[in-house]
Ligand binder design. Structure first.
Ligand code: CTP
Ligand code: MG
Length: 235
């Protein structure tokens, strides 16, 4: 074992190849300036500030004109690659672009570029507990709202029990090769997995839920961006 492995260092894949269609606007949301920095920089900062993070692969859209061209961030190496049509395609590309020093059975973090408000303590917990799980783990938050099932007419058919329902967040922590195989299997089956865990679950695996802060939200709409701006102003 190398000294790095003894310290438990690992790499992250950061999918940033989306077009932000729900957010709208000319500039993809991951590049919108918040407090003088692109959103992506806030996300990379939250991730790479962790001492166990060795580097990251940022997955970019084909022909991305906004990428700043960083080859390091927070003193750590950044690699890039080109993503695909769906998020899962982008993550697969990112896994393939990891350096050879990341072994096939090493754990890798996947974290949305659009999720800038990750807490160090949550990342700690995920790494601590996830690396002791045979499969891996995800940050998640219990559903707090009452859930309604809508009918075709927009009326409420019923109330769904929210017990044991969780909202899946990122980062998600899985082994490099196992995750790649699971994402490839979903793609071959034509299943559009919306997170890494879903691909693993399809393989009959049971990732661990690690409860994280609810404010690790994803920037999907302008209201989310306003929320993040507020969070920053309160730090
Ligand atoms: N993502 C990606 N490749 C894709 C689609 C999404 O790398 N083909 C990334 C996004 O850049 C984002 C993360 O996956 O960091 C989560 O996706 P989402 O919030 O859905 O972002 P977009 O797909 O860009 O937004 P929308 O769905 O509104 O178009
Ligand atoms: Mg999307």
């Amino acid at each position: 074992m190398t000294p790095d492995r003894v310290r438990g260092r690992l790499w992250a894949v950061v999918p940033a190849a989306g077009s932000g269609s729900r957010f709208g606007g000319e500039v993809p949301k991951q590049y919108l300036a918040v407090d003088g920095q692109p959103l992506l920089a806030h996300t990379l900062q939250a991730l790479l500030a962790h001492p166990n993070l060795e580097g990251a692969v940022v997955v970019l859209a084909e022909g991305d004109a906004h990428w700043a061209g960083w080859s390091t961030f927070a003193g750590k190496p950044l690699l890039t690659c080109v993503g695909g049509r769906a998020r899962a395609d982008s993550v697969l590309a990112g896994l393939a672009a990891l350096p050879d020093s990341v072994r096939m059975d090493d754990f890798v973090l996947v974290h949305d570029a659009a999720r800038p408000n990750l807490r160090a303590a949550d990342l700690d917990q995920l790494l601590e507990r996830g690396r002791n799980d045979p499969v891996g783990a995800i940050l998640a938050s219990p559903v707090r709202d009452t859930l309604k099932r809508a009918g075709d007419d927009g009326g409420i058919d019923c109330t769904e029990p929210r017990e044991r329902l969780w909202r899946a967040l990122t980062p998600q922590l899985f082994r490099r090769l196992q995750l790649a195989r699971a994402l490839e299997a979903a793609r071959e089956a034509g299943v559009d997995v919306t997170d890494e865990s879903m691909a693993m679950e399809r393989q009959g695996l049971r990732p661990l839920l690690v409860e994280g802060a609810e404010d690790n939200f994803k920037i999907t709409t302008p209201a989310d961006l306003a929320r993040f701006e507020f969070v920053l102003s309160q730090r």
